[in-house]
Design a protein around this ligand. Structure first.
Ligand code: NI
Length: 171
């Protein structure tokens, strides 16, 4: 297994819609998913999308237990949100925007339909953090970062801070 480098905003791959996966059940795909979990756990994340390792493909892994409970591991390929209801407003962060967190309003419950590593249909329904992760990660596959959900004022503040960090070679 291999830990991949997580790319950071403003890498263009993060704001580009990812391409659908068309080949399933391959050793390459299984390895990639194992690597994505390894990379996510290495960064203490609860979700990781392929564009975050510079791979523009519609694949995401989620584990809200951060490796504590295998029943919480989800692999979602070509996922889409098919149902969402309610509302939650809580702090959110992203491994591609490290060090910055902000409140983002999301649906409280969400259901995603996707395919597994063999191409079989899967559905995941979550509430609270899992619902948030589903929405955040599927956003990634559409080239959307949590920054897009903030007010222009908050977004510009974070962008300015990132530019400053970049200038100082700290990003
Ligand atoms: Ni993220």
């Amino acid at each position: 297994m291999a830990v991949h480098k997580i790319v950071k905003y403003p890498e263009p791959v993060l704001t580009t819609p990812a391409a659908p996966v068309t080949e399933f059940g391959t050793a390459e795909l299984r390895q990639l998913i194992a690597d994505m979990f390894e990379t996510m756990y290495g960064a203490n994340g609860v979700g990781l999308a392929a564009p975050q390792i510079a791979l523009s493909r519609r694949i995401t892994v989620i584990d809200c237990s951060v490796g504590e409970d295998t029943s919480q591991r989800h692999v979602l390929i070509n996922p889409e949100i098919i149902a969402a209801e309610g509302e939650q407003d809580d702090e959110e962060g992203c491994l591609s925007v490290p060090g910055f967190r902000a409140n983002v309003r999301r649906a409280l419950r969400a259901t995603a339909r996707a395919q597994d590593v063999d191409g079989n249909p899967v559905e995941v329904t979550g509430e609270g953090l899992l619902a948030r992760a589903l929405q955040h990660e599927i956003d990634h596959l559409n080239g959307i970062l949590f920054l897009s959900h903030l007010t222009a004022l908050k977004r510009d503040l974070i962008k300015r801070k990132i530019k400053k960090l970049q200038k100082n070679g700290e990003w």
